[in-house]
Design a protein around this ligand. Structure first.
Ligand SMILES: *Cc1c(COP(=O)(O)O)cnc(C)c1O
Length: 391
């Protein structure tokens, strides 16, 4: 008997996890634009526009500002592999799951990794980096801006200053911050900064925006050995995105249309209003979670507006609550990663997902699901606290 497959028929969810976030209808529409050849002059124009739009979101004038095929991790790997030669000293700030990933990747590419650690839920103190650099020089310092396992927002400027004082390059993982909170690559003086499409920019996953300073380009062009990865070699990728237009890989045309439209939406909203929207709604969410009796993991002074991590109350079952949210409210939130598995929820308010309606939805759905497990507060407490914070 012949097997036949039905049409895809999947639910529409509200995506309030750590990514992906909800996609704007205009972005879906852009994805139905006819595919052109990757060397078509009309498509090359689209790439030029994309570079302008990416410079706009990264607040940079860096020539090398483009989008690599692959997700945020491809951006991470590209950033590391282009700057690291085997034996190079690399300092990595590790205060969560993605700091661990940076450290693991840097080791694989042959770096001599020194970890500068802080407890999960705390920032890496810029002083720790300064002291580590003073004790022994490093070629590169790598840190995560918004640590998606803990919701901590790392101050970057003082770390960048320490790097400049000690002649080290600075790599910043802006995967969960770009499009939701300021990522001023030039003002920081970051040498390489990368992100993804599916979090603050609200396009589907599949590309990694990246920007590279002239200083970092100079370092990569004087390498003793070729970049360990052929596919992620930025000098080759740049020959395609730059004026040479030399074929390197077939650009993921449809994904680039999607990212272009998502970036247009950011441009139309404006960076400052967009950051204000994320901050105001994140404040409202936190007020609501506190009213429901869920403490926030990150200290008040260092919270990422795009992602809030709250402790699960004693006696409440993680999976049961998240299953209820998904099956009864079509609502996704994230569970804990690594050491925080089963102990926290990660609630993202990123890009298109960051709306007042979604804040009120997640608070009311949580109140109801928590109530079934015997965790009760005054009726409507979470929603009321959020509304008051917004008033
Ligand atoms: C999501 C994330 C990544 C990895 O991105 P993928 O798109 O999942 O590959 C890297 N760093 C941080 C901080 C993230 O939040």
């Amino acid at each position: 008997m012949e097997t036949s497959y039905r049409n895809l028929n999947l639910p529409v969810r509200t995506l309030l996890g750590p990514g992906p976030s909800n996609v704007h209808p205009r972005v879906y529409r852009a994805m139905t634009t006819p595919v052109l050849g990757h060397m078509d002059p009309k498509f090359l124009e689209v790439m030029d526009e994309m570079m302008e739009l990416l410079r706009f979101v990264f607040q940079t004038r860096n020539t090398i500002t483009l989008a690599i095929p692959g997700t945020g991790s491809a951006g991470m790997e590209a950033a590391l592999v282009n700057l690291i030669e085997p034996g190079d000293g690399v300092l990595v700030g590790v205060n969560g799951y993605f700091g661990e990933r940076l450290s693991a990747m840097a080791s694989r590419h042959g770096a001599e990794v020194r970890r500068v650690e802080a407890p999960w839920g705390q920032i890496v103190e810029p002083d720790q980096i300064e002291r580590a650099l003073a004790a022994r020089r490093a070629k590169l310092v790598a840190v995560v801006h918004a640590e998606t396992s803990t919701g901590v927002l790392q101050p970057i400027k003082p770390i960048a200053d320490a790097c400049h004082r000690h002649g080290a390059l600075l790599l910043v993982d802006a995967v969960t911050s770009l499009g939701g909170s300021p990522v001023p690559a030039d003002e920081w003086g970051a040498d390489v900064c990368f992100s993804c499409t599916q979090k603050g920019l609200s396009a589907p996953p599949g590309l990694a925006p990246i920007t590279v300073s002239d200083r970092a380009v100079a370092v990569t062009s004087s390498r003793r050995s070729p970049v360990q990865s052929w596919y992620l070699d930025l000098s080759l990728i740049t020959k395609y995105w730059g004026s040479d237009r030399v074929y390197h890989h077939t650009a993921p045309i449809t994904m680039l249309y999607a990212l272009r439209e998502a970036l247009c939406l950011v441009h139309e909203e404006g960076l400052e209003p967009r950051w204000r929207r994320h901050q105001a709604l994140s404040n409202a969410l936190i007020a609501g979670l506190n009213a429901l009796g869920l403490p926030i993991l990150a200290p008040e002074s260092h919270r990422a507006p795009t992602l809030t991590v709250a402790r699960i109350p004693e006696g409440v079952k993680d999976i049961a609550v998240r299953t209820t949210l998904l099956s009864e409210h079509n609502l996704e939130i994230g569970g804990g990663l690594g050491a925080l598995k089963g102990q926290v929820w990660r609630i993202g308010l990123m890009g298109e997902s960051c709306t007042q309606a979604n804040v009120l939805l997640v608070l009311s759905a949580l109140e109801s699901a928590l109530g079934r497990q015997g965790w009760r507060r005054e009726k409507g407490a979470g929603v009321m606290a959020a509304l008051e914070a917004l008033a």
